[in-house]
Design a protein around this ligand. Structure first.
Ligand SMILES: Cc1ncc(COP(=O)(O)O)c(C=O)c1O
Length: 418
């Protein structure tokens, strides 16, 4: 059984999951009595007993927050550039609400498009160096949109084994045949490309892998896709704002033109402190998707506040270069210090820093120990990562100062490396 099948077996089916929803909010026990649901309930009980997941923040996220009235250091937020609460971005969002209100009142195809959307999409295309871009209400939906619209049962998607869940769900929805290649292994990708396919082949990779914090070998993969006549999509959810001298992403990191990649996908909820997602590519492709992709045609447009915040964030990113340098320095310092203390940070070379503790119980307990020391660090267990690969997933930010990182490192000194 490959790991995709394992996911399938582990995740509740529509019968166990949706069939259980009760109208009055009571626990619908009789729908949760099959073995699979019980196994999930046990996992949830175990995770909940440590009280480290779904904690309610009582202030904005960023390097610090407040939980139950107490100040916490946040060391797992996606706020890579420290832009949450940036005055120019907050002001742009507030102005957008004054001018356009809080909702769009429609989907983009009908009455939901306003000038904020068209301006943001123009800026995103310029940012990624493509002809056009389009936005969605989440990055997850952008992945679902492009793969389900372009790929079908005759087609093949070859994806890196560490690709995000939204990409894997999209492949299932598209009913395309799915082949995985070993993580960042170009020779294995070549082997998979050599296997005959009936229809088109789409290769899907990520700029920065969200759980491991390493970077895809883009130049080699572009060469490979051209040699085999395949298409290439790159998910830049964690690369936007992080890679390249001004945060434009993986193509700038390698000094390559954008055109070698057919579809760029990004999120507006990580280094960009808003919510939403986008696709960028050539004009004909984006025009087609605007009429045919279900999550665009049948779901509400991005809100005015998020749209304006995302646009302002692009401008801040391009103007405040110092943030990129501080982010890189902090990531280097945090990873290097953890390594010297004996912690394994895997293949990470970016601000996404997994601390591999491997055992799930040990990882949850470690997150609890850090929580008690006033540090919010995310434990990541199966099924987000394979069994035996549990980790604390840390994210460095340009907004962390050295004193804050020292507090984090002192708390890690109380933990046992794997
Ligand atoms: C690699 C990757 N792709 C896509 C997404 C989904 O993006 P969003 O949170 O904007 O829906 C995520 C979210 O964490 C991600 O890590």
């Amino acid at each position: 059984m490959n790991s995709l099948d394992q996911d399938r077996a582990a995740v509740p089916t529509s019968e166990t999951r949706d069939g259980g929803a009760s109208q009055d909010g009571e626990r619908p026990a009789r729908f949760l009595l099959d073995g699979e649901a019980r196994r999930w309930s046990r996992l949830i009980d175990q995770a909940e007993s440590y009280e480290v997941l779904q904690r309610t923040l009582e202030a904005k996220s960023g390097p610090h927050t407040v939980i139950e009235g107490r100040e916490f250091v946040v060391i797992s937020a996606y706020d890579y550039l420290g832009l949450i609460g940036h005055p120019l971005i907050d002001a742009a969002a507030a102005r957008a609400i004054e001018e356009f209100g809080t909702g769009t009142g429609g989907v983009r195809l009908l009455t939901g498009t306003n000038s904020l959307h068209t301006e943001l999409e123009r800026d995103l295309a310029a940012f990624k160096g493509t002809e056009a871009a389009m936005t969605f209400s989440s990055g997850f939906l952008a992945n679902i949109a492009v793969i389900t619209t372009l790929m079908g049962p005759r087609d093949r998607v070859i994806l890196d084994e560490c690709c995000h869940r939204s990409i894997r769900d999209a492949c299932r929805m598209a009913d395309a045949s799915v082949v995985r290649f070993l993580h960042n292994d170009v020779a294995d990708l070549e082997k998979k490309l050599r296997q005959p396919a009936r229809g088109r082949t789409l290769i899907v990779i990520e700029g920065i892998y969200s759980m491991d914090g390493d970077i895809c070998p883009l130049p080699e993969i572009v060469e490979m896709k051209e040699r085999f006549g395949a298409f290439l999509m790159v998910d830049e959810a964690h690369a936007i704002g992080v890679l390249g001298p001004t945060g434009r992403g993986t193509q700038d990191h390698f000094g390559m033109p954008s055109v070698g990649v057919d579809i760029w996908m990004g999120s507006l909820s990580k280094a960009i402190p808003a919510s939403g997602g986008f696709l960028a590519g050539d004009a004909a492709l984006i025009r087609f998707l605007r009429y045919v992709a279900s999550p665009y045609v049948f779901s509400a447009a991005l809100t005015p506040a998020s749209t304006a915040a995302a646009r302002a964030a692009l401008e801040v990113m391009l103007n405040e270069h110092d943030r990129h340098r501080r982010l890189a320095d902090n990531a280097e310092f945090l990873r290097g210090s953890l390594n010297r203390m004996g912690f394994d940070t895997g293949t990470s070379t970016t601000p996404v820093i997994p601390v591999l503790l491997r055992n799930e119980e040990h990882t949850l307990r470690a997150a609890r120990t850090l929580f008690e020391a006033g540090i919010l660090a995310t434990p990541v267990c199966f099924p987000a990562v394979p069994r035996g690969a549990a980790r604390l997933r840390l994210c460095a930010s340009a907004a962390h100062d050295r004193d804050t990182l020292d507090v984090v490192l002192r708390a890690f000194a109380a933990l046992t490396p794997a």
